[in-house]
Write a protein that binds this ligand. Structure first.
Ligand code: FEO
Length: 400
């Protein structure tokens, strides 16, 4: 199967897409069985070609072959680097080696030094210090700084004549779309699950910057006919939909009564307590998403982080392990704080053998986050008779 794709998305602007169905852990961290795409773009102008971004290093040869399908290398006069993370720049060095005379690289000021440090090369460079519009051939390109989407050096480009916004990481998602544009995709809601997971895991720590950057974009009053990110689906029918989707997720807005339940259970004690809680949550009309770590199951952290981003209530079931939290749950809490950090109520239940230490440890871990622990119920192996009553009282408070 050819995993590369070239498509003229609008006049003279080409999508160069690589389907990465081999990656299992994005950033060597996040489980993504759904895969990802790397989207670079190339604009042909009367003044030569402009290449926007690139692909991950291991696909450099494919990238070079794909570029050749739309332009001669020596026609490339400009290379725009929206973002330095190597899933977009891993191919940069070898691509630049093939271009003569050397093109002008355009990016945020930090990019020049980053290219030298990452790839050991010096480039002819035009720094973009603030919003700046440059005419190249028959096209006006507006370069718009978009810091922390996803690194500090990030920017996006608006091609005025094409009413097209190239956004690199911003407004992207995990998953391999069936087609190119939103109006061709058979199941957008399924695709949006991958967007939610991508936003939570990759840009989740920078939610306030998502909001700030979207507001900045709106203030520019530009008409966006096509929104073309560096990962996933392109938006043509309804670019506003993906902008709004990002905005609401970044705000941490909750659309339904949904409980996220994450627990470990070594020998079934925590699991039995959690079963009681799940039954009660259902009685209270919560939709419940359950993730577990036990001797047969190991939940995906990326899914937990994703579901935590729009849950209205979180329940954590934690075993005591060597006078501390069960290690995998400790990692979950650490990731929730780093990536999600919302004002969401959390109920902690914990089982212990000889000392109830987990409650104190969780409170300590979470004290500087936005999460709010509504209660900690600790029990020695089995829950006490009043367990269900306690849980109901807690949920009454949560939904009040
Ligand atoms: Fe797709 Fe932050 O790189």
């Amino acid at each position: 199967m050819d995993r590369t794709l070239v498509h003229e998305i609008t006049n003279n602007l080409f999508l160069l897409r690589m389907v990465d169905d081999q990656v299992r852990y994005f950033e060597a961290l996040w489980e993504i069985p759904e895969g990802i795409t790397y989207n670079a773009y190339l604009l042909r102008t009367s003044e030569g070609s402009i290449l926007f971004d690139g692909w991950k290093g291991e696909y450099t040869k494919d990238f070079i072959d794909t570029i050749k399908k739309v332009t001669d290398f020596n026609e490339i006069k400009y290379v725009v680097v929206h973002h330095m993370e190597p899933d977009h720049t891993g191919s940069l060095k070898q691509v630049l080696e093939l271009i003569e005379p050397k093109p002008l690289v355009i990016g945020r000021p930090m990019v020049k030094d980053m290219i030298r440090s990452f790839y050991g090369i010096d480039v002819k460079f035009k720094p973009i210090k603030k919003v700046e519009e440059i005419k190249i051939g028959e096209y006006n390109l507006m370069f718009i700084p978009a810091p922390w989407l996803h690194w500090p050096e990030t920017m996006v480009t608006y091609v005025r004549e094409l009413k097209t916004l190239l956004t690199c990481d911003a407004f992207g998602g995990y998953g391999i779309p069936h087609k190119i544009f939103d109006d061709e995709e058979p199941d957008i809601s399924q695709y949006l699950r991958g967007v939610k997971k991508y936003l939570a895991t990759v840009i989740g720590s920078y939610k306030s910057h998502i909001i700030k950057n979207i507001n900045n974009l709106l203030r520019l009053n530009i008409e966006i006919k096509i929104l073309a990110p560096g990962h996933g689906l392109l938006w043509r029918k309804d670019p506003k939909r993906i902008i709004d989707y990002y905005y609401h997720l970044a705000k941490g807005e909750v659309k339904e009564r949904k409980a996220l339940v994450v627990y470990d259970s070594m020998y079934g004690f925590v699991e039995r307590a959690i079963s009681k809680i799940v039954k009660i949550l259902s009685e209270y009309a919560f939709r419940v998403e359950i993730f577990e770590f036990n001797d047969k199951e190991r939940a995906e952290i990326s899914e937990i982080i994703s579901e935590a981003s729009d849950s209205s209530f979180i329940v954590l079931g934690i075993s005591t392990y060597e006078n501390d939290m069960f290690p995998l749950m400790k990692n979950v809490i650490d990731m929730l704080i780093k990536k999600v950090n919302r004002e969401v109520p959390i109920l902690v239940v914990s089982s212990y053998g000889w000392g109830p230490v987990v409650g104190t440890k969780v409170l300590e871990a979470i004290k500087n986050s936005k999460f709010k622990i509504v209660d900690v119920i600790q029990f020695r192996g089995t829950t006490t008779e009043d367990f269900e009553t306690k849980v109901k009282n807690i949920i009454d408070r949560v939904i009040a």
